[in-house]
Design a binder for this molecule. Structure first.
Ligand SMILES: *Cc1c(COP(=O)(O)O)cnc(C)c1O
Length: 214
């Protein structure tokens, strides 16, 4: 098994235990976007089965042949005109971030008779360049999604690049708790242990696992 993979896994398990949860309480989402296949193959061979991708077309190119072996999560912004393919292809969409997309996804789920699990993305830092509903609109947006029968199971955030991410992770946890959502997708290569300490149920790790992206 790849040493790097083993070491990330053991850090995740240790952080889960340190937060008072079972060692296997946190899911590793291996972010394979923009990685050459020879970086991904050893991790797949070592048993990793959950992968995150940023773009629909890129993910389909990389994973179509091996689709049945893996759980695939879309973690990047989703354009409405790609919703048809995204609903058809992904197990989980973590970037549900606006009303129009909620309506388009609801229509696709109806039409295709299958539904990916969904996460609402929250822009905890209220950064203009970032996707996600702002915290003050999260409760209303989650209610709207539920009104459309969308299977929302959790929340996702990407804290600002600078500064302490912990307050952002805690804020996401508070929004989830008051909306009865069990899943929290938060934490990346540089901060996944902090995210687990704040209650993450899945972490999205790319460069620490595969090396820097080209
Ligand atoms: C690229 C990406 C990641 C992985 O980032 P690393 O810092 O390489 O671990 C996680 N989440 C999202 C939404 C991303 O776009």
């Amino acid at each position: 098994m790849s040493d790097v993979y083993a070491s990330i896994q053991s850090r995740i398990r240790a952080a889960a235990v340190a937060s008072g949860r079972p060692a296997d309480a946190v899911t590793l989402v291996a972010v394979s976007k923009l990685q050459p296949w020879d970086h991904i193959a050893p991790i797949l061979a070592a048993g990793q089965r959950v992968f995150g991708e940023n773009r629909v077309q890129e993910a389909m190119g990389r994973w179509s042949e091996r689709r049945a072996q893996v759980e695939l999560r879309l973690i990047g912004p989703l354009q409405s005109n790609k919703a048809h393919e995204a609903v058809g292809f992904f197990d989980v969409i973590e970037s549900l971030d606006r009303e129009k997309l909620a309506h388009v996804l609801a229509g696709e789920i109806q039409a295709q008779g299958k539904a990916p699990r969904l996460f609402v993305q929250v822009n905890t830092g209220e950064e203009p360049q970032k996707a996600g509903v702002v915290p003050g609109q999260a409760d209303a947006f989650i209610a709207l999604c539920r009104g459309l029968d969308l299977p929302v199971e959790g929340l996702m955030c990407i804290p600002p690049a600078q500064g302490d991410p912990a307050p952002h992770f805690r804020l996401l946890g508070q929004i989830a708790a008051r909306n009865d959502l069990a899943k929290l997708s938060m934490g990346m290569s540089d901060d996944f242990e902090t995210a687990i300490a704040c209650g993450a149920t899945s972490v999205r790790v790319g460069s620490a696992l595969f090396g820097s992206r080209t």
